[in-house]
Design a protein around this ligand. Structure first.
Ligand code: ZN
Length: 211
């Protein structure tokens, strides 16, 4: 499997959650044997879930490696090559999103854990993969905001659902989430008409047939 076909952000076999025991205190979660203030992310004020393993295994498509996803989503790096995507002045940043996650009316505001993508890798994905062409939509985005995390919320009863969305504004819940993925809000998204030329000629028909 070469790097063209497997996005850098894809989780690979051999990676696994790997962290000390979680301790729930009055001020929030921390790993056993340390101090919460030294363990949390200084910018987002959350405790990140730590992962181990080599990452050299077979990629699991559609599942992101949490540690790679956070970095790529935070720094807005291409999900495939982890480079900063080139952009023409005034041109929005490019995202490839599952069509069922993308709204059908534009401009759209979309929340996602998917990092952006550079144009060469978006073109390559559409050229090489019929599933991408059928199921994914390329959108241009003018404004991006980091809005929260997906993770496991700990309560008095112990850990809950592993995919709980906790927003950075939820200051009462934020200390109690073991954060896995960074969530981005894409504002003012529009379909990329260069990658979807058929949409330019017939704007009234449904954007995609999603089976
Ligand atoms: Zn790329």
């Amino acid at each position: 499997m070469n790097s063209v076909q497997a996005p850098a952000v894809a989780l690979r076999e051999g990676r696994f959650p790997d962290y000390p025991t979680i301790v729930v205190t009055d001020t929030g979660l921390q790993y056993e044997g340390g101090h919460r203030e030294e363990q949390i992310d200084p910018d987002f004020r959350v405790l990140w879930e730590l992962w181990g393993g080599t990452g050299g295994g077979i990629p699991l498509y559609g599942v992101f490696d949490p540690e790679v996803q956070r970095e790529a989503a935070d720094r807005l790096l291409c999900a495939h090559c982890l480079e900063k995507p080139d952009r023409a002045p005034g041109e929005g940043m490019l995202w490839l999103l599952r069509a069922d996650a993308a709204e059908r009316s534009w401009l759209a505001d979309i929340e996602t854990t998917t990092p952006p993508i550079c144009l060469p890798h978006a073109e390559l994905a559409f050229q090489r993969c019929v599933t991408m062409r059928r199921r994914y939509l390329a959108v241009r985005v003018q404004e991006v905001e980091r809005v929260g995390v997906l993770g496991t919320l700990f309560t008095e009863g112990g850990p809950g659902d592993p995919d709980e969305l906790v927003r950075f504004t939820e200051t009462n819940r934020l200390p109690y989430v073991l954060a896995r993925y960074l969530v981005l809000a894409l504002r003012g998204a529009t379909p990329d008409l260069t990658l979807h030329p058929d949409l330019a000629s017939s704007p009234d028909r449904p954007l995609l047939e999603v089976s």
